[in-house]
Design a binder for this molecule. Structure first.
Ligand code: GLN
Length: 193
């Protein structure tokens, strides 16, 4: 079994757990306490509100253990606010976990009313067009030399991989399509070879 944690402090936790439950070999678990970070094969930082989540990470003493997990090479996927949490630089703000060499622009597409869905293939992953849900989404303005850009939308970077870290501006857990979740599970499997 592949044990995948979903950081359970705020935001779209249930939706990620539900997507993971549909993949037979995966054991999804909500993670509130640092003890639960032990023995994870992968971790998802969900969407929500990054300032609130960042504060809760500190209150629950999860910052150092998550950084340790990432440095050990455990795959971590940040969706939307989760991507903001992982970024080394956030425009005009202090960072949270500072793990991935990217600069992000929060609320890059405007406010809640400017949320949108597009159908697009991510050629690095699959030729299938999948629905990409953007909700007050951030985008990436700069990446480091080790980054693999997976997707740009209108010239803005919205999905990147760097070593064991994966980030998406959009929310695959809000649609039935499991392409991105399968991709993350494959990443975990390749990591343990
Ligand atoms: N706008 C939110 C933030 O800046 C992220 C939105 C989301 O996760 N859907 O934290």
């Amino acid at each position: 079994m592949i044990t995948v944690g979903v950081l359970d402090l705020q935001g779209g936790v249930a939706e990620h757990l539900k997507s993971l439950e549909q993949i037979p070999e995966v054991n999804p678990i909500p993670v509130k306490k640092k003890e639960k970070l032990n023995n994870l094969d992968g971790l998802i930082l969900p969407g929500g509100e990054s300032t609130t989540m960042g504060k809760l990470i500190n209150i629950f003493n999860l910052k150092e253990p998550i950084i340790k997990l990432a440095k050990q090479g455990t795959p971590i996927w940040g969706t939307c606010a989760g991507m903001i949490l992982l970024a080394q630089k956030i425009k005009d703000e202090t960072n949270h976990l500072g793990l991935m060499n990217i600069t992000v622009q929060r609320n890059g597409y405007g406010n809640q009313l400017d949320s949108f869905v597009v159908k697009k293939a991510i050629p690095e992953i699959s030729d299938k067009k999948i629905p990409l849900v953007f909700i007050r989404a951030p985008y990436i303005t700069e990446v480091g030399p080790k980054a693999k850009i997976l997707l740009k939308l209108n010239n803005k970077i919205v999905a990147v991989e760097e070593d064991n870290l994966l980030v998406t501006s959009f929310h695959p857990e809000l649609e039935d399509d499991l392409t991105m979740h399968h991709y993350f599970i494959e990443k975990i499997k390749n990591n343990s070879i």
